[in-house]
Design a protein around this ligand. Sequence first.
Ligand code: SF4
Length: 323
Amino acid sequence: MKIGFTTSFPVEVVIAAGHTPIDLNNLFITGNAGKFVETAEHNGYPRNLCSWIKGLYSVATAEHIDAVVGVVGGDCSNTHSLMSSLKDRGLEVIPFSYPYNHDREFLSNEIEKLERYFGVAHSEILQIKERLDRIRKKLITLDELTYRENTVTGLENHLWLVNSSDFNTNPDVFEQELDSFLEECEHRKPLDFNLRLTFLGVPPIITDFYDFLLENKANVVFNEIQRQFSMPYLEENIVDQYLHYTYPYSIFERIEDIKVEIKKRNIDGVISYSQSFCHRQIDNILIKKYLDIPVLTLEGDQPGPLDARSKLRLESFLDILRG
Ligand code: SF4
């Protein structure tokens, strides 16, 4: 079965059950994203709602998905209503929640519920976790090449890490392609840039964001949330893995992780991205308060290239950093 999901969750369970996990976000952004948004609006989704939610609705209904795991706690409150409209369209919906307060027992119960639903034993998901962790170690190498050797572009880093949420639906093929990429990087010379940036927030809906920065001699050497999707902590226990994962919890856990990485990666400036109509825009207040480094907030709305105003803001920010 093709099991869609709305954001990262213990994907090990779905793979252990012999199903194909599909991150609906990846399907949306790599497909005809503008059309997906338009279709959702045609079906009554409001204009003043985040484009990702509209995209998820359209891909789930258009791409022959058998069931959808909706992360209804720890991600996006819009997911509740999205799940209702998918159910109404005849899709099976499976809720999953992260505990706001980091409650270990709560999370353990949620994972057990998934195991029961998909009919897999805990020992089976641990075997899959071991398998996936071998790939995740290689993603850590890729991330290190990005900030230590400067041989990987911000876009490449983004794509590999973001696609690790579902391993492009096939971990074996993903690993083969990753091996080839890492080998290719060994022969590369360092990239030509003189500003080291951090990208915070949900992955950008903007298509030319990283290219624009690199053209202006700035490379993103830390993609915060994408790195979180790659589960870089390699915890022994699956519950600990998803407790350590910062994205579904409060901004304070994220800030703690961001501060460590900013220091380690010798970052010059931060771009904190958020989506129009997203509740996560509020987090920028605390990001600016607690990060002791220049921060530019950037907003994206519709899928597509950077608009003239955003380009101007980015250019001015880079000038300030250079100044
Ligand atoms: S960007 Fe924000 S509003 Fe949009 S789906 Fe993600 S969490 Fe929800």
